[in-house]
Design a protein around this ligand. Structure first.
Ligand SMILES: [Cu+2]
Length: 211
């Protein structure tokens, strides 16, 4: 018995559809996020990186990561220099030097604490439950400074030494994009993120004023 032309047509159509589904997984078909790519133009960037972040994603809560963010004191500096975290995160602070260190945050910080002085290999944990900047100082070494920046959401990126940044997989929407830098006043601009696209953002030198 010969198959009718219409049956053959339907079989070919099903094969073609199956091929399409396999080569286009649901993530590519769904209404996913977009990227923000850009540059922060300031001579300060060569010394200290900037943090670029979305101020607020409305009506959404972001749980802290299961693995704690980490900051070390090594070679008499805080490493990394800046640790951006989602609100509620607990940061592990470890002394990886052979000398004693202390960590405290000065007045005006979003979280005030003083871990006292502690020796090599010791790790201390601090939970950050309020949005904002927390400067980290060491009362043993006055030149040491680091930062924890507490954010509402995980859509942030640190710039490289040229000021370039990229924030990936941001839900589509209109947001306030902010720049934090230890030497500069906070600056912001509106950004519109569309699913599957990359939007560019530039913070010009003249917008970035000294604190
Ligand atoms: Cu120290």
């Amino acid at each position: 018995m010969r198959m009718s032309r219409s049956v053959i047509f339907v079989i070919i159509w099903i094969i073609a559809l199956a091929f399409f589904v396999v080569t286009n997984p649901p993530s590519a078909l769904s209404d996913g996020g977009g990227n923000i790519k850009g540059v922060v133009k300031t001579p300060w960037i060569k010394r200290y990186e900037a943090l670029v972040y979305i101020d607020l994603v409305e009506k959404k809560e972001f749980p802290p990561p299961k693995k704690n963010p980490f900051m070390s004191q090594k070679g008499l500096v805080f490493r990394p220099h800046i640790v951006p975290v989602v609100k509620g995160s607990t940061v592990d602070f470890t002394n990886d030097d052979n000398v004693s260190h202390n960590i405290f945050s000065p007045p005006g910080s979003a979280k005030r604490f003083n871990l006292g002085t502690y020796g090599a290999g010791v790790s201390m944990a601090v939970t950050f439950d309020k949005l904002g900047e927390v400067a980290l100082l060491c009362n043993v070494h006055s030149e040491m400074v680091g930062y924890v920046i507490v954010l509402q959401n995980p859509y942030f990126a640190l710039t490289d030494k040229k000021g370039i940044f990229e924030i990936k997989d941001v839900p589509a929407g209109t947001y306030t994009l902010k720049v934090w830098h230890e030497k500069l006043k906070e600056t912001s601009q509106e950004v519109v993120v569309e699913a599957g696209k990359t939007v560019s953002a530039e913070f010009a030198k003249k917008e970035l004023k000294r604190r």
